[in-house]
Design a protein around this ligand. Structure first.
Ligand SMILES: C[S@@+](CC[C@H](N)C(=O)[O-])C[C@H]1O[C@@H](n2cnc3c(N)ncnc32)[C@H](O)[C@@H]1O
Length: 366
C-alpha cells in the first residue's frame, strides 16, 4: 500500500512537469482570436506556473505581443527547490550570464518576467524585450505576491500542475478573472468544475487530447485526455450539432443495432444516448449522454441538467435506488464492483439492474 502510494505520488509529481507544445498553444489561442480579433487588445495577461527558459506560453505571447495588442505580459516561474519532481537541473546561460544572477536565489526563488515595451530599441516588442528578476518567494501561485499579480491581470493563461488543478481553478475564480488553462479531461467530473460548466460560467476550449509531452530529463511522453478549460468565448461552442430525428436514428444508425427504442433508465425519467451522434434532435425529455458531449456542447442548443455521481441531485430526482434488499445487494456486488447507488440504472437481462457509464443529463432548448 505504502509502495503504491509512493508510486502514485511520484507519478503525480512527474505529471505536474509536463510542458505544452508551441503548436498546441497556437492552435487553441487562434480559435479565440478568430472569434474576436480584439480578445487580448489592451489586456494584461498573467502566465503563472510558467518559465520562458523552458516552456512555450511566454514565448508564444511575447512573439505575438504586438499582433494581439497586449498592454502587458507577466509570467512567473516556480523555484526548482520547491518542485516535487527532482532532476539534476542546472541554471541556463540566460540566467548565469545575466548581471542579475544570484547563485543562492537561483534554486529557491521563483522568477518574474515582464514585457511592456521595446526595451532594446529593435523597433518591435518581442521576447528579447522581456525583463526579469527573482521573486521574493518561490513563485507558488498561492503566494501573496503571485496573487497580487493575478489581481493586476485581466486574463490568466497556463498549464497548471495537474495535482493542484482544483486549487488553481478556485484561485482564478476567486479573482474573477478570464482564463484559459489546460487540465485533465477527468476534471470535468470534479465537484468544483462541473457546476460552473452546467451554469455556463466555464466551458471547454476547442482542442482535445492535445499532443503534449513530458520533457523532464529529456524524456518524452504523450499525455492523454487533456482539454482546455476557459471562460473566454469561442466560435465552436455556438455551432449547434447536426443531429437526426429519433425515428431516423432508430432506423438508420448501426450503433443502435436494431433496438426498437432508446434505453430508458429504471429510476430516472430519461433515455440513454450512448454516443453523442445518436442524440435525437426532436426529443423533448431528458437524455443521458457521454462525457464527450461537452466537446460539442452548444448552450443555445441544449441545457445541462446534472451528471451521474452527484448524490444530492440523485436523492431528490431518482425515484428509487438499487438494491432493494440485502440479498440482491450481495448478489449484485459480486457481479459489478463499480456500482454506485446514487446513479441511475437500467433493468437488464434476468430483471437485474445494470449500471450505466458516466452520463451528463441534458435537455433540448426550446
Ligand atoms: C504542467 S507544468 C506546465 C509548465 C508550463 N506552464 C507549460 O505549459 O509548458 C506545471 C508547472 O507548474 C509548476 N508548479 C508546481 N507546483 C506549483 C505551485 N504550487 N505554484 C506554481 N507553480 C507550480 C511545476 O513545477 C511546473 O513547472
Amino acid at each position: 500500500m505504502a509502495k503504491n502510494a509512493n508510486l502514485g505520488a511520484a507519478k503525480n509529481a512527474k505529471n505536474d512537469e509536463f510542458y505544452t507544445q508551441y503548436a498546441d498553444i497556437q492552435k487553441e489561442v487562434n480559435a479565440y482570436i478568430e472569434y474576436n480579433p480584439d480578445v487580448f487588445r489592451g489586456k494584461t495577461i498573467l502566465l503563472p506556473c510558467d518559465d520562458p527558459e523552458w516552456s512555450n506560453f511566454t514565448k508564444f505571447f511575447a512573439q505575438n505581443f504586438e499582433f494581439f495588442g497586449l498592454k502587458k505580459l507577466i509570467s512567473t516561474s516556480y523555484a526548482i527547490e520547491s518542485k516535487k519532481y527532482k532532476t539534476d537541473w542546472q541554471p541556463t546561460l540566460f540566467e548565469t550570464e545575466n548581471p542579475l544572477y544570484n547563485v543562492e536565489k537561483s534554486r529557491i526563488k521563483g522568477k518574474i518576467f515582464t514585457l511592456t515595451h521595446d526595451t532594446n530599441n529593435s523597433g518591435r516588442i518581442d521576447i528579447d524585450d522581456l525583463q526579469w528578476s527573482y521573486l521574493e518567494g518561490d513563485g507558488d501561485f498561492r503566494s501573496a505576491e503571485v496573487t497580487a499579480l493575478r489581481d493586476e491581470a485581466d486574463i490568466i493563461i497556463t498549464n497548471p500542475p495537474f495535482s493542484l488543478f482544483r486549487e488553481f481553478l478556485a484561485w482564478i475564480m476567486e479573482g474573477g478573472k478570464q482564463f484559459l488553462v489546460i487540465g485533465s479531461m477527468n476534471a470535468i467530473t470534479y465537484r468544483e468544475v462541473f457546476p460552473p460548466i452546467k451554469e455556463n460560467k466555464i466551458w471547454l476550449g476547442t482542442s482535445f487530447g492535445s499532443k503534449t509531452y513530458i520533457k523532464i530529463d529529456g524524456e518524452q511522453q504523450k499525455m492523454g485526455n487533456t482539454c482546455w478549460y476557459t471562460n473566454i468565448d469561442h466560435g465552436r461552442r455556438h455551432e449547434p450539432m447536426k443531429l437526426m430525428s429519433l425515428e431516423d436514428n432508430l432506423r438508420f444508425n448501426k450503433k443502435l443495432k436494431g433496438q426498437p427504442n432508446y434505453r430508458r433508465f429504471a429510476n430516472y425519467d430519461a433515455i440513454d444516448v450512448p454516443f453523442v451522434e445518436l442524440i435525437p434532435n426532436d426529443y423533448d425529455g431528458i437524455m443521458g449522454v457521454p462525457l464527450s458531449f461537452l466537446e460539442k456542447y452548444c448552450p443555445e442548443q441544449f441545457e445541462i441538467i446534472w451528471r451521474t455521481g452527484d448524490i444530492d441531485w440523485a436523492l431528490t430526482e431518482c425515484t428509487f435506488f438499487f438494491p432493494p434488499t440485502k440479498e440482491d445487494s450481495e448478489r449484485y456486488k459480486k457481479k459489478d464492483r463499480t456500482w454506485r447507488v446514487q446513479n441511475p440504472y437500467f433493468i437488464g437481462e434476468n430483471s437485474l439492474p445494470e449500471t450505466c457509464y458516466f452520463r451528463i443529463f441534458i435537455r433540448k432548448k426550446q
